[in-house]
Design a protein around this ligand. Sequence first.
Ligand SMILES: Nc1ncnc2c1ncn2[C@@H]1O[C@H](COP(=O)(O)OP(=O)(O)O)[C@@H](O)[C@H]1O
Ligand SMILES: Cc1cn([C@H]2C[C@H](O)[C@@H](COP(=O)(O)O)O2)c(=O)[nH]c1=O
Ligand SMILES: [Zn+2]
Length: 283
Amino acid sequence: MLPTSISSMKSLIFPPFSPLSLHFPKTKPFAFFSLPSKTPNVSYPKFLHVNPSMPSPRPPIFSIPIRQSHIETPQSSSLCGEVHVIVGPMFAGKTTTLLHRIQAESNNGRTVAVIKSNKDTRYGLDSIVTHDGMKLPCWALASLSSFRLKIGPDAYDQLDVIGIDEAQFFEDLYDFCCEAADHDGKTVIVAGLDGDYLRRSFGSVLNIIPLANSVTKITARCELCRKRAFFTLRKTDETETELIGGAEVYMPVCRQHYVDGQVVIGAARSVLESKKLQCGTCT
Ligand SMILES: Nc1ncnc2c1ncn2[C@@H]1O[C@H](COP(=O)(O)OP(=O)(O)O)[C@@H](O)[C@H]1O
Ligand SMILES: Cc1cn([C@H]2C[C@H](O)[C@@H](COP(=O)(O)O)O2)c(=O)[nH]c1=O
Ligand SMILES: [Zn+2]
């Protein structure tokens, strides 16, 4: 028997919720299923280079899988996709984790494609490369909305899994994930920075958390004390939010060293500014 408050409610959904559907969402656990591979002519990335001496990525320290159930219904099994989000500071292993998940999906016979932002030109535009040198061919795009046309609508329809790296640079991330997972039935695996060098929310990455089946925050090692690093410190005095770079510009730091670093950088900046004011030749 349902509680009165629920049973007396008029359902706007047909058929109305059963008590079972209230308690057990009809989602599938990540990587628990394998769809048959569809056509052989779809581009099917393989790892070009996996360094065998590379340690496997550190386990996430913070993972919130949204409650899932093994109960499936026939009508939910084909259409609904999934969204999985991997965040953390630079050098935490986001790209490594994304590539491992994509490789696992591909090994399960699922058709995969990976997208990165064309703003990140660090290693050329044709591949995603981790800080360790692991590499996977990708689509480098200015916007996610261009993906379907770029890959071709037929190839898009054949895709099971879409990986997105450097997600902070895509303005249309929310709309793309919604459409791909809810409407097109794709599994979307997103990797990106949750925060910028000032620890402000970066791009649309945090906006897609309400869409996600799972959210995983991973950490790096603080470059100064080797403790867990949750943040990215910018070592230079540039102030624009988007500034492409690697270890020459950024370092992963723990909370203490982030705070100390901001104080040191702030002090250095004010010294430089006061020197500029005193110097007659500087403008
Ligand atoms: N300061 C650093 N400079 C270069 N490589 C680093 C540094 N710190 C960690 N790494 C390496 O980078 C790997 C993570 O690379 P990657 O997956 O590309 O990270 P992310 O995508 O989170 O930036 C780590 O496992 C580590 O081996
Ligand atoms: C913190 C921060 C980073 N970026 C840039 C720097 C890199 O090009 C990417 C992050 O790459 P990774 O795969 O996570 O190592 O983002 C930026 O533009 N602004 C920032 O504040
Ligand atoms: Zn530290």
